[in-house]
Design a protein around this ligand. Structure first.
Ligand SMILES: [Zn+2]
Length: 97
């Protein structure tokens, strides 16, 4: 399983390539780091709620691309963002309701 430390390491290799004038490898490694970083679960943001037909639903956003998810949608609690592929963490903070 990929860790944040692995991603930082990959990015530092990309930076080293860039310092040595190897733009192509720097770009490739940086893009790989961005893609791999989506495998690390990121907590959904902007938790909110809205009322529809007298029922209150929750909503939240992908922290990477800001796509909004609504509780009455099939995509609610999706493991991955259906737009950008970011792995999502839906756990609410312990002190948040
Ligand atoms: Zn997204």
């Amino acid at each position: 399983m990929i860790t944040l430390q692995d991603i930082k390491h990959l990015d530092s290799i990309a930076s080293a390539h860039k310092r040595h004038g190897d733009e192509n490898n720097a770009k490739l490694l940086h893009e790989a780091a961005v893609i791999l970083s989506k495998e690390i679960p990121a907590q959904v943001t902007d938790r909110d709620s809205f009322e529809y037909s007298g029922i209150r639903f929750k909503s939240a956003r992908c922290p990477a691309c800001r796509t909004r998810y609504d509780e009455d949608d099939d995509r609610w609690l999706s493991k991955y963002c259906t737009i950008c592929g970011q792995q999502l963490d839906w756990n609410e903070d312990a002190n948040d309701g």
